[in-house]
Design a protein around this ligand. Sequence first.
Ligand code: HPA
Length: 248
Amino acid sequence: MLAIIGGTGLTQLSNLEITHRQVIRTPFGEPSGALTFGLINQHEVMFIARHGYGHTIPPHMVNYRANMWALQEQGATRIVSVASVGGIRSDLLPGTIVVPDQIIDYTHGRFSTYFDGREKPVTHIDFTHPYCLKMRGHILEAARMAREKLVDGGVYAATQGPRLESAAEINRIERDGADMVGMTGMPEAALAKELGLSYAALAVVVNYAAGRGNSRDGVHLEAVSIVAQPAMARVKKVLEMLVESDGD
Ligand code: HPA
């Protein structure tokens, strides 16, 4: 089954016909909220709001392990993560939707593995391609069918938050090779790999990163929802097509 993780700006799916909600407990604690089950165009999907349905859980406090565990336990085999980002690369203007293909992790102090020596022996997963290539292909194909333009590829920098970055940090992150910056992409992607889930992301650019474009003198958070709303409507159109792909 396809699971959708909604981020900032996507705490519910208006095109989801809800059938039931389920509270799940996991060996790693509680997920961000109940899992929502429902139908999009007759296809069963699962949804969870990463920051909680009331948007109360900051990025560094999200229980990523519980979220991914719960989704898998309830039958998710593929996961599309929707996340908002700040744009660094010059073509990633606010409103752009990107399917990233690489990650740089700047987060710290988060529970970032299931292999912590307690229940399972230490295992080093391969992370050369942090996102599932097949899943990325399905998303890009869904976008073509929905006639929505997505950017194919880009390096996602995961920062710790919850504060935004300084302009110098963005310059450094760009020198490192990142194209966009968000706070929730890690450890989510690594945990998905550990569980053997097909995982890819839709990164919605909601602002210029600090020091860039109209964020030169500061990031204007009040403008974010104006950009996010129409972009999330486009994300939903892509998701409607994505559910049609069978996942093979
Ligand atoms: N930085 C980090 N995370 C973000 C940003 C940003 O500028 N915009 C949305 N999420």
